[in-house]
Write a protein that binds this ligand. Structure first.
Ligand SMILES: NC(=O)c1ccc[n+]([C@@H]2O[C@H](COP(=O)([O-])OP(=O)(O)OC[C@H]3O[C@@H](n4cnc5c(N)ncnc54)[C@H](OP(=O)(O)O)[C@@H]3O)[C@@H](O)[C@H]2O)c1
Length: 233
């Protein structure tokens, strides 16, 4: 297992707080340069401060994932910093207010699918082909173990779509050095997970690094669980 990502560049969506912030720290600990992201630059300051203790490069971009146009603008910001992204960590997502399943407004479905699925697909479209051309890359997509909660259907359906897209893209990358996988972080005490969740946010490390440090012929289109690694170094 090669636990060294020196000189690689990663882009982590939603790394201003929560699980994404831990992912950014985990990457820097493995020597990786990181472009972090939040909806505005003020929100990214804390993560940048935490990353300053590492000798790696870190910088921030900001933007909404709630429309194709704002995602396109974000992609060009990232490319200005580093045209060749080696690691795309699709972490940002939104949930929805608990609602009786037949009463969800379609605007809620649309927003959740846009941020959680369409933006993720657009980011894969932007950075996946370059990884394929260079024959190296890692894409990790945040999934969820959510089940039997129709009151959060837009969120859970969006994660099922992420799982399926991951499998389809894995087939596209099958004979290359690019690996794409899903990762379920566990139920984590963050703004999204809420205060009653089982695990502290730090518990996602080192597991969230697992889909990045696999061999080039390693798992592809698979489902990692970060909590499985919580007793690993
Ligand atoms: N927490 C859990 O229990 C749990 C369980 C299973 C899966 N997950 C998944 O893990 C991932 C991270 O979750 P988390 O709990 O760390 O969430 P979180 O604490 O709510 O953080 C969300 C992050 O996404 C960004 N973000 C939110 N809405 C956005 C938008 N419209 N456009 C662009 N960026 C946006 C936020 O940026 P700002 O700071 O700028 O708002 C923030 O960096 C998500 O994919 C989630 O579905 C979480």
């Amino acid at each position: 297992m090669k636990k060294d990502l020196s000189n690689k560049w990663a882009f982590v969506t939603g790394s201003s707080r929560g699980i994404g912030q831990q992912i950014a720290l985990g990457l820097a600990q493995l020597g990786c340069n990181v472009i972090i992201h939040g909806r505005n630059l003020d929100n990214t300051q804390k993560t940048l401060e935490l990353l300053a203790q590492y000798p790696t490069k870190s910088t921030a971009v900001a933007g909404e994932l709630d429309s194709a146009a704002s995602v396109a603008a974000l992609i060009s910001e990232v490319r200005k910093i580093q045209p060749n992204i080696d690691i795309l960590y699709n972490n940002a997502a939104i949930s929805c207010t608990s609602t009786p399943v037949f009463e969800f407004d379609m605007a809620v479905w649309e927003k959740v699918m846009q941020v959680n699925v369409l933006a993720l697909a657009q980011l894969c479209n932007a950075f996946g082909p370059g990884m394929k051309e260079r024959n190296w890359g890692r894409i990790a997509n945040l999934s969820s173990g959510i089940a039997d909660q129709p009151n959060l259907a837009p969120y859970s359906v969006s994660k099922a779509a992420v799982d399926k897209l991951t499998k389809d893209l894995a087939f596209e990358f099958k004979d290359t050095g690019v690996r794409i996988n899903c990762i379920d972080p566990g139920w984590i005490r963050t703004d999204l997970g809420g205060p009653d969740a089982w695990e502290a946010v730090e518990s996602v490390l080192p597991g969230v690094m697992a889909p990045l440090i696999i061999a080039d012929n390693g798992p592809n289109g698979e489902y990692f669980c970060a909590q499985d690694y919580k007793f690993f170094d």
